[in-house]
Design a protein around this ligand. Sequence first.
Ligand code: F6R
Length: 656
Amino acid sequence: MSSHYIPHMKIPTLVFPTSAQASRHVALMIESLIRQNNSANRPTVLGLATGSTPVGLYRELIRLHREAGLDFSRVVTFNLDEYYPMAPDDDHSYHRWMHETFFKHVNIQPHNIHIPDGLTPTSEIEEYCSRYEQMIRRAGGIDLQILGIGRSGHIGFNEPGSMRHSRTRVVTLDPVTRRDAAADFFGEENVPHQAITMGVGTILEARKIVIMAFGEHKAAIVRRAVEEDVTDAVSASFLQKHHDTTFILDQAAAGHLTPIRRPWVMGSVRWTPALIRRAVIWLSLTVNKGLLKLSDDDFREHELYELLREHGPAHRIGRRVFDQMMQTICHDPGACTGTDHRDDLVSAALERSDTGHAEMTVDREKPKTAANSGPSTILVFSPHPDDDVISMGGTIIRMVELGHKVHIAYMTSGNIAVFDHDAWRFTDFVCSFNDLFHIDKEHSQAVKERVRHFLTTKKPGQPDSEDVLNIKKLIRETEARAGALAAGVPPEQLVFMDLRFYRTGTIAKAPIHPQDIQDIVNLFQRLQPHQIYVAGEMSDPHGTHRMCANAIFEAVRRVRAEGQRFEVWLYRGAWEEWEPHEIERVVPLSPADLERKKSAIFRHQSQKDKAMFPGGSDRREFWQRAEDRNRNTARLYDQLGLPEFYALEGFVQWRE
Ligand code: F6R
């Protein structure tokens, strides 16, 4: 699937299958602009943004510089914003971030770089801000402005309430924005309250604007910006008034747009089996009636008359989707097999039911036999050391109980998510333990002293020392062993991969290393699994899940090319859940299964207080979120008129 424009949006909106493809597209746009200007001997003036969104874009531009000789010597840049107050060499300054992430890797001239100065004295700030505007004008204005969008709808740091004609100024950050930045600053209390930002009016003067948004957590605000009317409650909506702005999205960020959520309200659609499923489930939940109770009027009153005409009457369509959903219920996940032709099978089922065999449900069942006859070998990949039990702990418990052999591969150490006080508590414990049993007192005291010194002098946000990183890694490893054991998986079936891309000791990650992929390939070859499970979450706060999933998919491609076959199932849970129409398999959990799953999650003590959704106000603990989610999926099945379960874990099969 390639990129496509979404029709009827108030800002032209282009959607790409992945954020990598989207970033590449924007990089190519910038490349062609720079090359054109360079050959006409003209400077190129770029407006630049920071944050997680443009990282892939900067990476791609660096690649174009290195591999395709893209020359930045005539490029002039103006950054949107900087925290205030903020020293340029501070770990958190946008100055530093821009240099580390982009400027130092290309041949841009230092005097062509402009970033608001976070050290400007308050008494001079007004004058400084108007000078910043003058500099933009003197450079000839911005040719191309790159923007991200905050979950508060901000562009730059123009928070809700910013005026259409606002100029560069000092602003107070929205609580949502400060919470979003909390992880980078190691705590919300360390996030500055103010920032210097270009105004909405300043941004709108750029000749061309590209605004990018990736990940499901941006989907709601993107929809408000491109579908609703212009309002100062969503600064990005002012871009509707600009003559050359494009919104660039990945699929997850486009997920709430009406043409994607409910395409049938926009006009005629092709009623594929997947779309029928989506529409009928939506209808059933909207009118609050089970699938088998839907009437022709329900379809007519909710803009689904076309579907009714093509595939009706209502009871027949409801029955089809009911049957499909029944087939998702799987009591022995180690033995159920999916199919790579789900939609074809469903189409065939639809045809058959159209010709009067609707009652022959047996005929339409997916094959339920295992590819192998005995117990299956299952390999669960857990990006962080607790995703396995948080997201699919119940399924792991069921599989072990049913005699399947479950291996778990922990992909990263997860050490940056451990609090300092925990690292200290464990250091203290080990020293006291060694004392008690007269074990090597001298060495452990020396380490304890080093750790104490480091932690007591550590500044907010300073990266950890090697000692502390290793201690934190150990804490998470032991918790993972305890959590897996609580779910029935013994230590010898666990692998701690410690993939290289994560070993930066900071929130920013390195690219996937070729050896990371090779390690996964080796694991496939050694374990010869029948099924693997992958975290299919594309919006985790720091992109670790996304990177792990992509590394696994690449490894799967390689072993498939050599003839190795196994099913790839995606789970979700730490941050997102599947939409009901997406679910292809649910595993029922009894109250006892769910209690056991929770007790496995409890083993991850260092992750208490860590469950806050990327910037959201959801402060429930992981075990609470897992419980609510699984019970909610069961409730959804109930609402659809399907069997009533206590809790369900949902899965989707990965296909290339
Ligand atoms: C950054 C900036 C902000 C970000 C926005 C999205 O210079 O001005 O508007 O673009 O907060 O941030 P991410 O990309 O981290 O989600």
